[in-house]
Design a protein around this ligand. Sequence first.
Ligand code: UD1
Ligand code: UDP
Length: 374
Amino acid sequence: MSTPIKILSVFGTRPEAIKFFPLVHALDADERFDSRVCVSGQHRGMLDQVLEIAGIVPHHDLDLMQPDQTLDSLTANLLTGIGKVLDEEQPDWVIVQGDTATAMSGALAAYYRKIPVAHVEAGLRSGNIHHPWPEEVNRKIVGSFAALHFAPTETAANALKREAVDPAGIHVTGNTVIDALHWITSEIARKPDLAGNLAELEQRFAGKRIIGVTSHRRENFGGGMEAIADAIRRIAERDDVAMIFPVHLNPNVRKVMNAELEGLDNVALIEPLDYPHFARLLDICTLMLTDSGGVQEEAPALGKPVLVMRETTERPEGVEAGTAKLVGTDADRIVAECTRLLDDEAAYSAMSKAHNPFGDGKSVARIVEALASA
Ligand code: UD1
Ligand code: UDP
């Protein structure tokens, strides 16, 4: 048998880990590859939650998260830390996912060593370098030199072609988040206890419609977060709804949300949920209110309307399909759009059609075959 292709998968945050684990499972199981994993530890607790559920033990863990880290110190530590791992491992390929500081730095460290980079979830563009910030530019940097671009949709592939990326390196694969969602759904079906810890809240809020909330975007820090908190407080004045809000561990999120929302009867501010419990929240909610990227992809797959608290999105497919709506971070607008979905049955049912523009759950298989024949 020929020498296996040595692949180093590099990731560091919760969403990367969720979108990476099905690929790591597949590479580990395929003898054409020597699969190695380096986690940066850009996130600590929220990364570990995913590693544990997915059963992934990294070969390298840089453990570099600092409290309230700045973009420049984070990026500097990532670049030197990942660089050392690359020198040791000397992989044939480095794979990164998405648009985080870990993805951008991992790709750059590989480029500095002339190691080819494969980019999962390539080609997402909002067209605005400040929204999402700094992710739009991180993604463009990786896209400017990656050798393989795994675009989740035709829209993303076309964005790359417009930037003169060689079409031979672009593969439309779907988004691996759908593979992850299928995997976790079947795990929960096998072992329901995996997602059993929301039972108490479900009982407390019985008879109310659940709104799931997440928020963490850097560009929303300050005024944006205050407005989001204000909107949540106003929506929760209704006694027919309850909000379940797993609060991101970023202190810039927690200080605002705790100060504005703690102690409200209809608002449960809880710790970040592990992936099975978050899947359960997606299942029991009436709608999602979020500024997350990944949630915009998962919720439509489950027929849950998403109100996206951003000015623009690099994932227009959900908006075009009518399952997601951009509502910005103006409190009045968030309250109005939420109220409309809660009170206008026709508006709700128009948005709650299950639709899945982001993939069929077979993205990983396509990525693996493209890597094997690259
Ligand atoms: C990061 C990514 C963002 C992604 C988000 C997903 C960058 C620049 N940002 O943003 O693209 O959408 O993750 O959640 O790459 N913290 C903890 N424990 C954790 C995670 C975070 O305590 O498990 C706290 C720490 O104080 C840390 C801070 O949150 O310094 C910020 O983490 P960081 O990864 O820099 O930014 P995020 O806002 O999480
Ligand atoms: N998620 C989770 N627990 C939570 C909140 C989110 O497991 O408490 C998952 C969610 O299912 C999605 C991903 O985390 O797959 C999104 O991560 P996040 O919103 O932090 O980052 P983004 O997608 O915006 O980069």
